[in-house]
Design a protein around this ligand. Sequence first.
Ligand code: NHR
Ligand code: GAR
Length: 219
Amino acid sequence: MGNSKQVSAAILISGNGTNLQAFIDAARDGSLDLRIAVVVSNRPDAYGLVRARDAGIATECVRNEDYPERAAFDTALADTLAKYAPGLLILAGFMRILTGRFVRRFEGKILNIHPALLPKFPGLNTHQRVIDAGETLHGSTVHFVTEDLDAGPRILQGRVPVLADDTASRLSARVQAVEHKIYPQAAALFASGRLEFKDGESWLDGARLDEPVQYAGEL
Ligand code: NHR
Ligand code: GAR
């Protein structure tokens, strides 16, 4: 609402964009004081681009196929982002690993949501792997992005049960419902200055976070 110090964010997607939609909705209803300056996809057919256009948000596409090499892709991505001067990058189902050079350029200003209770189950295909391992608890983790994949300092976790007869798709839907709550909340903590990245760790209200905050409804 006309706050000149409002943080401006770029949201990076590769697919459906339900987390993007949660950000659009939270920014609109005032629960998140953040300006979404641009949505960037690495896939031209990502449905999240339609969500962004429908919300009147600028969109950009940096295509995988145009930059087979990671370094060239990341240079193009960084140049595209620079036009919007974002103070925060939000990876929301963004499926391309970023180089150390890119991460250092935006150090401490990149958030990711990973669909597992990190440090358990980094990497891809988490829901099926959780079922196969016989876990009874699963969830999602918001963390700062560092060069090491899915290993940056954790911020906020939301837990869901794994049910006896779960499929990956039903478990994924349960995880996504909690993601749509925790991810805008984590961004709100950053946007308000309460959450910082310092010395490779997450800090909340001036204290180092040894363990991520556990989502329990409200923050
Ligand atoms: N980049 C860095 N440097 N650090 C992280 O922690 C990152 C990152 C980029 C993306 C999201 C992550 C997740 O939450 C993320 C975290 C993609 C892959 C992957 O293997 C792995 C983890 C994540 C995202 N991508 C393949 C690749 O070669 C492509 C897979 C595909 O296109 O389907 O880039 O899980
Ligand atoms: C989310 O569940 C997110 O945790 C996961 O992809 C989904 C994206 O959904 N992220 C990753 O797997 C990152 N490698 P969305 O496009 O509907 O927001």
